[in-house]
Design a protein around this ligand. Sequence first.
Ligand SMILES: [Zn+2]
Length: 298
Amino acid sequence: MKIIKEAEGGGGAVLGPGDLELIGALARRPLGPEEVYTFSVRLCDNEIDRDFERFAPQTLEELAPMFVGKSGIFDHQWSARGQAARIYKTEVIWEPGRVTRAGAPYCWLKGCAYMMRTGSSRDLIAEIEGGIKKEVSVGCSVARSVCSICGADRTVCDCGHEKGQEYGGQLCYATLEGAGDAYEFSFVAVPAQPMAGVVKSARRDGGQDLERLEEEAALGRKYLESLRSEVVRLALLADRELSGKTVKSLVDKLSPGELEELRGSYARRAGKRFPLRTQLSYQAENAASREENRAFLA
Ligand SMILES: [Zn+2]
């Protein structure tokens, strides 16, 4: 079962002992501290999320090594310039004193990522430092989705319990178990959260939420717009035989969930055609991004 989650992004991180060796192994050449920029990302945690799902701490432990070496893709503006980050180290962090909605001790999977410092990455680094790139969308696959009420594996059978409902005062949620694989993560410039926020706020009563609701709806529309144009771009990049007009009219009919799935899939395909060029010189990177831009215009 494929899982895609939004999480909080991160901020700058200081290079620890051994970090340069780990990064050098991924970059396939030794790198100096002045050549790389490192930052941390909150990939996923064991809190019950808005889909009433949570990762088991054991699943986070299993995912930890799977995320090492995975790349993070930025939005259109940056990925078109060949900018990408890569996770070189992961760790499950326990936060003493903090408990989840299910009453369990809270833990999260931290990823440390690096980017090459080049002339063209300076502005992007400033955006990460400034907290603009705060949200990440993370994809992985798990084997089981276990019902909190009856323990049934929901990927195999429908136990009839509805996530988010209470049964005898007990909240129904699913615990994701058995990590299969971790995929690339992407940075979302406009938070994806408001999309869910719209649905959740709409269910609440009371006028004081109206202003927030409108704000969130506006953010949601902005996000949807940028998501649509991103999918169109990636689709044209992945398949040069498609016409822009056809793709646009198709994309307009898709739901946000379908769009996010397509974006992930196309981004991976585009990533295969235009793989990470972290070890190339600035000049070569420029040529490569011209190539990618050409693909977009074609
Ligand atoms: Zn059940």
